[in-house]
Design a protein around this ligand. Structure first.
Ligand code: SF4
Length: 735
């Protein structure tokens, strides 16, 4: 479907009306007022937004009339309604331009998942037992409100904590306003593979704490440092599109591309050259390249601009990063470093040393309302950490009396050494807004299940992936299937029940009203001068799946303000947990192509898709270099044990030439104790055995800083779909 056709057929329908009770038992068909755009047998495409990773892609949802089995008031029935049949990329959305990744496609399974929580639940057994009883929404809201009222009247509103996933837009603004009005500390964001280190580096180098967009389509040379930009990192759909243009979209010009990383990712498998640098040594490779470029006077030191000025020794030509020294640190041959530096200097030095805002370089996407509530990114500044929460509870249990959890599973996403589970077990009251029972929500005293994303109002402000000014918006594409409520509306309801300071902070009756107010602000900023202008802006945004500035992109270019002025940074060797003689291998956890950070392991399509490199399905594996496997007597599919100072897992071995001999790599995603029938008790998670180390500038988990030992356990079997990676591209290399 092309962009014009989509906009023409998209219907804006008020699909947010709640389902009425079936009333009568035994599969009675209840007919609602028909949705005007739905004709039996004819599909209608409605806009949506993908919330399954931070990229913020736009969807279109194929909706057709059909019968759905539901339960209301404990009684089964059948209802005729618009059902979401298929998801596609929104051709008009500037991030993904009509494409969608497999994870995005599987979003429709959230709606119809057999283990979805269908109504509010109250814990009825011991905490963590998974025993709950159904309660009404009235009772659930009253319980949550009375708990919060009690804390407020005790004078301890600061003992409330709110854990969320990374949020943007209206939902973030709403929760932040809620906490401020209540007098609670700021939200705690839970994100395993956070980009906060990159944001911090960009704040120091360019003055903006944001993940950049890369103009791959116009690049001539690309060097990527451990960024799986075709797989899971940043804005993968947008980057795949641009990558296609970079490699095949320009007559007589195919860009050259080098990937530096210790484990071959999907991106690395597509590179012209793969450089398996030692874990933690990417920065040395970059400094070594800069040394050659400066030493051979291919570019002056001043070309490094502000970013170069931050680095100790830059103006002197980085004498401590001569190729031979780089070889010692990284394991990469000095000659390859020199060759790569010369290629860069003749081709696209811009991409390394001063390409911000230049064609073929990197851009920081303009934000519709910079600094406005909910504007991207959800940066580290002001966002507290799970580790600090766990320490606080353990050292002073009375400090946290109530915990709210939305779109986050901190127990799964934290190393066991942080003791997050043990800490949360001590919190007197936990309320979850989750749609499924997982490792965290199973501890809840009260569950107020959220709508599926396709059933709710959504907005988003993509942080990267486009140089166009953009704000996504999606009305509900389908009516709610179960007796769930949108968390944003639940929080507004609770705020109104509490009254007082909430009346001014959250004046909206519904989240739809709040989004309308946000888009009115945006319309005003774009020159709207009348109610009619604002009405039209709102209507168009709903019909198209958001608002974005038409015409050629106007990237923001390099920002002006700069944090960290005057600071100088010198290379510090990476630190790893575990002695190298006792724990000889670096453990490299990586985001899964299908499960991302583990939050999508409950979707059966994701379990069924063979991993793009290994072809493993329905399980976990650890990638071991053939030479290492031979030395340890490990065969393909054998069961091995990985042991760190903080935990152990047993997992089948996948013998892969795409991983360095001193590294073992394992995908994150499986190993859930509780996460529906499809993921519970399946495979193992490397996160559980990670060391409790953090990156000092941002306080985020140093997830690649753990050493392990590897032991053969038994002969085993690994479910491979097609045999996995067979070629041995760099077997002759010294490492
Ligand atoms: S990259 Fe995939 S999962 Fe992420 S928002 Fe886009 S479609 Fe969704």
């Amino acid at each position: 479907m092309d962009r014009r056709h989509f906009i023409k057929v998209t219907a804006v329908t008020g699909a947010s009306a709640a389902l009425a009770s079936c009333g009568n038992p035994e599969h009675q068909i209840i007919r609602f007022m028909p949705e005007e755009s739905l004709v039996p047998g004819v599909a209608v495409w409605k806009p949506g937004l993908c919330t399954l990773c931070p990229a913020g892609c736009g969807l279109i949802v194929r909706v057709m009339e059909g019968d759905a089995e539901i339960v209301r008031g404990g009684r089964p029935g059948v209802i005729r309604m618009g059902l979401a049949k298929k998801l596609e990329g929104n051709p008009a959305h500037p991030v993904n331009r009509g494409r969608l990744c497999p994870r995005g496609q599987a979003g429709v399974q959230i709606v119809y998942h057999p283990d979805r929580l269908r109504q509010p639940l109250k814990r009825s057994g011991p905490r963590g037992s998974g025993e709950f009883r159904q309660i009404s929404w009235g009772a659930a809201l009253e319980e949550l409100t009375s708990r919060l009222r009690e804390l407020g009247s005790n004078g301890t509103p600061q003992s409330l904590r709110f854990l969320t996933g990374p949020l943007r837009g209206g939902r973030r603004e709403l929760i932040d306003r809620f906490l401020a009005a209540y007098g609670a500390p700021p939200r705690i964001a839970v994100e395993l593979f956070t980009d906060d280190v990159l944001r911090r580096a960009n704040a120091l180098s360019f003055g903006i704490a944001q993940v950049p967009s890369f103009d791959l389509a116009r690049s001539r040379q690309v060097v990527s440092f451990s960024a799986d930009f075709l797989g899971t990192w940043n804005s993968p759909v947008a980057q795949n599109l641009a990558y296609g243009e970079m490699r095949q979209g320009r007559p007589n010009e195919r860009a050259r591309f080098v990937q530096v990383e210790p484990r071959m990712s999907q991106t690395g498998a597509n590179a012209d050259e793969w450089l398996p640098a030692r874990p933690g040594s990417d920065g040395v490779v970059a400094l070594g390249l800069a040394h050659v470029i400066l030493d051979e006077r291919l570019r002056p030191a001043s070309a490094g601009g502000r970013a170069g000025a931050l680095i100790e020794g830059w103006d002197d030509g980085l004498p401590h990063y001569a190729p031979e020294i780089v070889q010692e640190h990284t394991g990469l041959p000095a000659a390859r470093v020199v060759r790569l530096a010369r290629q860069l200097a003749t081709g696209a030095l811009n991409a390394l040393l001063g390409s911000v805002g230049q064609p073929g370089g990197l851009f920081f996407s303009e934000q519709p309302e910079p600094g406005a509530p909910g504007a991207a990114p959800d940066a580290s500044a002001g966002v507290r950490r799970v580790r600090a929460l766990a320490e606080e509870i353990v050292s002073s249990p009375a400090s946290v009396q109530a915990l709210l959890v939305y779109d986050a599973n901190p127990i799964y996403a934290s190393p066991a050494a942080w003791r997050v589970r043990q800490a949360l077990e001590q919190v007197p009251f936990i309320a979850s807004f989750g749609s499924f029972l997982d490792e965290t929500s199973v501890l809840a005293d009260l569950i107020l299940p959220d709508h599926a994303p396709l059933e709710a109002w959504l907005d988003d402000l993509p942080e990267s992936g486009t140089t166009q000014l953009a704000a996504g918006l999606a009305p509900p594409a389908v009516r709610p299937l179960h007796d769930t409520r949108a968390t944003a509306d639940v929080l507004l309801d609770v705020a109104h029940r509490l009254g007082g300071s909430f009346d001014g902070a959250l004046p909206w009756q519904t989240f739809e009203e709040m989004l309308r107010a946000r888009f009115d602000r945006l319309a005003n900023a774009q020159g709207a001068t009348s109610d009619a202008d604002r009405d039209e802006f709102w209507k168009q945004a709903q019909a198209r799946g958001g608002w974005w500035r038409e015409g050629p992109a106007r990237p923001s270019g390099a920002p002006v303000a700069r944090a960290g002025a005057g600071r100088r940074f010198a290379y510090e060797p990476p630190r790893f947990d575990g002695d190298s003689t006792e724990y000889p291998f670096h453990l490299l956890p990586f985001a899964s192509q299908t499960f991302f950070d583990g939050s999508l392991a409950h979707l059966p399509w994701m379990q069924e898709i063979p991993d793009v490199l290994s072809s493993v399905m329905w399980g976990s594996w650890v990638e071991i270099n053939p030479r290492t496997a031979e030395r340890l007597g490990i065969g393909q599919g054998d069961l091995v044990e990985l042991v760190s100072r903080h935990g152990r897992v047993e997992v089948p071995a996948l013998i892969s030439p795409g991983v360095a001999p001193d590294v073992v790599a394992m995908p994150v995603g499986q190993g859930h104790a509780h996460f529906t029938r499809y993921a519970s008790g399946r495979g193992a998670s490397p996160v559980s055995m990670l060391a409790p180390m953090v990156e000092p500038e941002t306080g985020t988990l140093a997830w690649a800083a753990t050493r392990v030992l590897v032991r053969h356990v038994a002969a085993g079997r690994l479910v491979l779909f097609a045999g996995g990676l067979r070629e041995r591209p760099y077997e002759h290399e010294p490492r």
